[in-house]
Design a protein around this ligand. Structure first.
Ligand SMILES: Cc1cc2nc3c(=O)[nH]c(=O)nc-3n(C[C@H](O)[C@H](O)[C@H](O)COP(=O)(O)OP(=O)(O)OC[C@H]3O[C@@H](n4cnc5c(N)ncnc54)[C@H](O)[C@@H]3O)c2cc1C
Length: 504
């Protein structure tokens, strides 16, 4: 039984069903995908959750393991421009998939010395990424000692160069002289919902993840979730959508089943919970299911304010992924994490979902604009005026930087931490589980295996962390842990193969 059809739950369901297990996936929502979701604006659907697709290899491996290939099911296009960045001094920089092109662009823009620094930075991020991919991302929740043992002396040398206590912001100050580059690369902390001022320097590996490639997905990110759901169904899994689990039944320390909000009881020997770990801590799935997560609540990751609109764009030329940096970056994170309020001047991410490509001048385009926000969606005293003020500042700021985005666009959909909290219970609207703050932050997420026999965890609030590919990896790790503890629900053999490929 899998509670939650987020990417972690779907990946685990696919893997388990392929290995012949009887799998039912429950989700409160009407569509699979969880945070991967679209909103309808007029006639079009706009991706309103994740938009940056990275680490394609994760999905290549997942589909290979169930006997098929990603390209048989999904059309992906590598982007040559990873992201376009704008500052309020009027400057603009593209980062490219081709590092040499980025280096040349930086040389033209900030001088040869910064370009050299960028080259050295690329070598260091590569080394950090290579050190942590196997021993951390692919491993079931390593502790500090386990990680040290797995990385070996050369890996330890790479990590110790960073200085274990150094923050990402401090590290980026050592890497770059130009404050704009420091800001650009420190922003990668937000991909894990964290502040550059509190995230450890090791999070520079997120920059490597993006430099290794960003793809656009035909049909949007929702097509990825739909693909996983369809493949799981083809392997015999059942998806019950619009179905909320309200209690995980545990007797004598082991899982017996799941009770739905309707009162229906579904017996199960193994249950994978793909919702927020905080929901277990808060007792939302019953008192017995509290045990797997530490009682002390970690700091929540970032939430967001988003605007989905279908409107003509004017002013500066956009690529697909665009970032408009606010001039006082420290103030933005102080507002969010220290004062727990919407930033008075935010950095704005704008995803122009019909680009790159030909968009006729003046024609409406699908756009998602996003600013970071505190995960306080469960605060009882939110006022609509706070959200309105944030919207006003955001659209005026974009305008000042040259992008005319109509704030009065018909049908525009706004989402706030309150909306994300409603959709993802116990999250406060946090989009990435817990913040990765402090040098031990990466070790604080629970792993797939829990002290309750038969209860497993997967998702962005679980090791190895948030983001679509990482949550997918957590689903894979959970499925492996469940397969290592066989139970009676196994069917006799796998039920389907894809496109004539053999099953392992
Ligand atoms: C606006 C936004 C932008 C983002 N941008 C990016 C990006 O560009 N790139 C990237 O890689 N990541 C991004 N992320 C993060 C990424 O989407 C998530 O980390 C990832 O999708 C989380 O997957 P998950 O497996 O944790 O499941 P989730 O997506 O969290 O889904 C969990 C599911 O469990 C269900 N559920 C919970 N409790 C119950 C219950 N009791 N009964 C039934 N169902 C239940 C929920 O309804 C939900 O569908 C973004 C997220 C958001 C929202």
């Amino acid at each position: 039984m899998v509670i939650g059809a987020g990417v972690g739950g779907l990946v685990a369901a696919l893997r388990l069903a392929h290995r012949g297990h009887q799998v039912t996936v429950l989700d409160s929502a009407a569509q699979p995908g969880g945070k991967i979701h679209t909103q309808r604006v007029g006639e079009v659907l706009i991706d309103s959750g994740p938009t940056v697709f990275t680490m394609r290899w994760v999905f290549d491996e997942i589909l290979r393991a169930v006997g098929t290939r990603l390209e048989n099911h999904l059309r992906l296009r590598p982007l040559s421009v990873l992201a376009r960045h704008f500052w309020d001094d009027g400057s603009q920089l593209d980062l490219f998939a081709d590092a040499e092109r980025s280096e040349a662009a930086i040389a033209d823009w900030a001088g040869g010395q910064e370009a050299q620094r960028f080259r050295a930075f690329c070598a260091r991020t590569r080394a950090v990424y290579d050190t942590l991919e196997g021993p951390f991302m692919r491993s079931p929740r390593p502790g500090l000692l386990g990680l040290m043992a797995r990385t070996g002396p050369s890996g330890l040398a790479v990590l110790s160069q960073l200085g274990p206590m150094r923050t990402l912001w401090q590290q980026m100050g050592r890497e770059f002289g130009d404050p704009r580059l420091r800001q650009l690369f420190a922003r990668y902390a937000t991909y894990c919902g964290s502040s550059p001022w509190q995230a450890p320097a090791t999070l520079m590996l997120v920059a490597q993840v993006e430099m290794d490639g960003v793809w656009s997905v035909e049909g949007g990110m929702a097509a990825l979730a739909e693909m996983l759901a369809q493949l799981a169904r083809a392997q015999g899994a059942t998806l019950r959508l619009g179905c909320t689990a309200q209690r995980i039944d545990v007797q004598q320390g082991r899982v017996r089943g799941v009770e739905l909000a309707t009162g229906e009881f579904l017996p199960a020997d193994q249950v994978l919970f793909n919702g927020e770990a905080a929901a277990l801590r808060g007792g939302l799935l019953g008192p017995a299911a509290r045990a797997p997560v530490p009682t002390q609540a970690p700091p929540r990751a970032l939430s967001a304010m988003t605007w989905a609109l279908h409107a003509p764009l004017a002013g500066v030329a956009l690529d697909r992924h665009n970032v408009f940096f606010c001039p006082d970056y420290a103030c933005e994170f102080e507002d969010i994490f220290h004062h727990q309020r919407l930033p008075r001047l935010p950095t704005v991410y704008v995803c122009a979902q019909d680009r790159p490509g030909q968009v006729p001048a003046g024609a409406p385009e699908r756009v998602l604009a996003l600013v970071n926000a505190p995960a306080t969606g469960d605060r009882p005293d939110w006022r609509e005026e706070e959200l309105d003020a944030c919207q006003d500042t955001t659209f005026r700021f974009l305008n000042r930087l040259g992008l005319q985005l109509p704030a009065d666009s018909p049908g525009m959909r706004r989402s706030s931490p309150l909306d994300f909290h409603r959709r993802f219970p116990a999250s406060g609207g946090a989009l990435y589980g817990q913040a990765t703050h402090g040098w031990t932050g990466i070790f604080k997420r629970p792993g797939a295996q829990t002290p309750v026999r038969g209860l497993y965890l997967a998702g962005g609030s679980v090791h190895p962390g948030p983001g679509v590919p990482m949550a997918a990896l957590s689903g894979q790790l959970a499925a492996e842990a469940m397969l290592a503890n066989p139970v009676s629900t196994r069917r006799s053999r796998p039920v389907a193969t894809f496109g004539g490929m053999s099953t392992p």
